[in-house]
Design a protein around this ligand. Structure first.
Ligand SMILES: C[S@@+](CC[C@H](N)C(=O)[O-])C[C@H]1O[C@@H](n2cnc3c(N)ncnc32)[C@H](O)[C@@H]1O
Length: 219
């Protein structure tokens, strides 16, 4: 594996985990995780002609669910830095011109040649130091069309000390230190600082997971 950009992060996956990522999540959660994902993506109310930017898209599993609601004019662009993920994404969508992959670091400021109706990030943003998360939010903000929505599917805000002991020990065993910090923050307040002023949220998996939709509605 290449040297990690953030050695303490848990989201830069090794080649084996990357290759089997979807299957590992499905088996480890006994099917609950894929069901929660499907339900979360349903709440995004994807329109046939939407253009969606998927930050840290992984294997393309989520992009595929989103693409089910698109017609031939809809688009998904997935960004990721993993060669293994790129291979799976491109194989999954071979021949489907609506979905494309770009090798792109999302933790640095970047500028694409177009903007999107929706920007989506799933189980990625928790894995960065907080100052880097702010760069990611800025990247999302700058790639949204007016009235577009930023969707964060990730851990909800909760107190680890109040978790049942079994859940707490699993969370502590599998997650990185950045996730412990992520769950303590007030994400609506953070996003307000970037101009987002309307929020919807949906909870899954005993409320440990949340889809947060943030939109900027002009006054
Ligand atoms: C935990 S996986 C989540 C994948 C996908 N979003 C999902 O929900 O199935 C984290 C993903 O973030 C990608 N990633 C990590 N650091 C990144 C970075 N700096 N820029 C872009 N992608 C990154 C990883 O390669 C991996 O595919």
């Amino acid at each position: 594996m290449k040297q990690k950009l953030y050695p303490d992060s848990g989201i830069e996956l090794n080649p084996f985990i990357s290759k089997h990522y979807d299957g590992i999540l499905a088996v480890a959660s006994m099917g609950r995780f894929p069901r929660a994902l499907k339900s979360a993506i349903g709440h995004m109310e994807i329109q046939p002609g939407d253009s969606i930017l998927d930050l840290g898209c992984g294997t393309g599993y989520n992009s595929q669910q989103m693409a089910e609601s698109l017609d031939s004019t809809g688009r998904v662009l997935g960004l990721d830095i993993s060669e293994e993920m790129a291979g799976q994404f491109e194989k999954r969508f071979a021949g489907d011109h609506r979905l494309t992959f770009k090798n792109q670091r999302i933790d640095l400021p970047f500028s694409l040649d177009r903007k999107f109706t929706k920007v989506f990030i799933s189980f990625v943003i928790h894995g960065f130091p907080h100052e880097v998360r702010q760069v990611i939010i800025q990247n999302a903000r700058s790639h949204l069309l007016p009235g577009g929505s930023f969707f964060i599917l990730d851990f909800a805000e909760f107190d680890m000390d109040l978790m049942p002991p079994l859940h707490r020990s699993i969370f502590k065993a599998v997650e990185c230190k950045y996730a412990f910090d992520y769950i303590k923050r007030d994400w609506k307040s953070i996003l307000r600082g970037y101009g987002f002023n309307q929020f919807h949220e949906y909870h899954f998996l005993r409320s440990y997971v949340r889809l947060l939709e943030a939109t900027q509605i002009p006054d």
